[in-house]
Design a protein around this ligand. Sequence first.
Ligand code: ATP
Length: 435
Amino acid sequence: MQKTDLMDKIVSLCKRRGFIFQSSEIYGGLASTFDYGPLGVELKKNVKNAWWRSVVHHRDDVVGLDASILMHPKVWEASGHTANFHDVLVDCKKCNTRLREDHIQDGQCPKCGKKEFTDGRAFDLMFKTTIGAVTDENANAYLRPETAQGIFVNFKNVIDATHRKLPFGIAQIGKSFRNEVTTGNFIFRMREFEQMEIEYFSKPDEAEKNHQQWIDTRFNWYMDYGIKKENLQLRPHGDDELAHYAKGCTDVEYQFPFGWSELEGIANRTDFDLKQHSEFSGTDLRYHDPVTNEKYFPHIIEPSSGVDRATLAFLVDAYHEEEVKGKIRTVLKFNKHLAPIHVAVLPLLKKNSEIVALAKKIKQDLQQDLVCVYDDTAAIGKLYRRQDEVGTFFCVTVDVDSLSDQMVTIRDRDTMQQERVSIAQLRQYLREKLF
Ligand code: ATP
């Protein structure tokens, strides 16, 4: 399959089956904004839960936070965003294509190959807004372009409330906004998106070691949830690419149909952030080391990932087309923790009211702790294909025999193997397979 075809197929499946829609579509759409439909919202929630479980619940050294999107405008002065957060854009002199200067490869326009560009112009990436009724200079605020700053400004609150000792981390999931100037590639680059970020506070002399540990941990996380190793790579940044605050940064990249691109950046931000916020706010954000009795600024390691980019990578990696009995079966082979639907309960004969009643009763029971759907709107072969296409982990079929032997057929999405299981054991059986 051509890679561009693959992307088209995924975009089309996402719309057709209710994963992802263009925002404001009935008005012609709004560029680089997307809405998650009934299945997309489940998938995205599962991605966030998988991340939270792994970086907060399964560890002893990370706590959570949910800071607000609107922050004091001085935050963005201290962070350097007001001065530095822009993209430099150039236009190709031959075909007028507008490009981000840092995206040009070998000095050539990717569209026409010419090597002549206009001078670069800076575009501010932050969305400005005003707070309150009066719209003067003092009312200016920004929609946050990253969640990280909410963590830094709460560093002292978290220490005071939890008495954490170094090293420890604060994790947060939330919306961020960037007035991106180059758009496209579906949910890869959006103007409103979600981030999953950890700020890990280290003793200065342990920062390098912690940086490497987080690079390894985060790389493995994508594989733990099903991404094939050959589609992942680590890319350390060159010195010329590093953000003004960073000492080192390594990206986790995924081989998307449009090429290797960043899923997550893991940066060593040194003591830049806490120093800056101490200076701008006048609040001392140094850590008091209880062993040495010294006060110093912790160094920060930041694994920063995008919920939407991760969701897209999981979708692309799960997409399979297989030939079964001369027909193409499309199947999303999601990891069991990410599949939007655990179980579909399907009656073999929708005209038999006893079968339908039993199937609905089974669904009622299973949905206490599993995500279930019931469908009787087509013949069984078609119902299976429908569930395969959205990655439903198991199908449970209720047939005439079920009425007498109180057994149902369970079909595995990936192997298509079928097994008879008693209704009394069904919930426990599925729980064991899925949790
Ligand atoms: P890029 O170079 O692709 O613009 P970035 O290096 O500016 O990305 P970071 O500032 O490191 O991105 O943000 C951390 C993570 O947030 C990224 O790895 C990505 O997963 C996500 N992210 C950033 N910008 C966007 C966006 N416009 N749409 C979706 N996700 C984004």
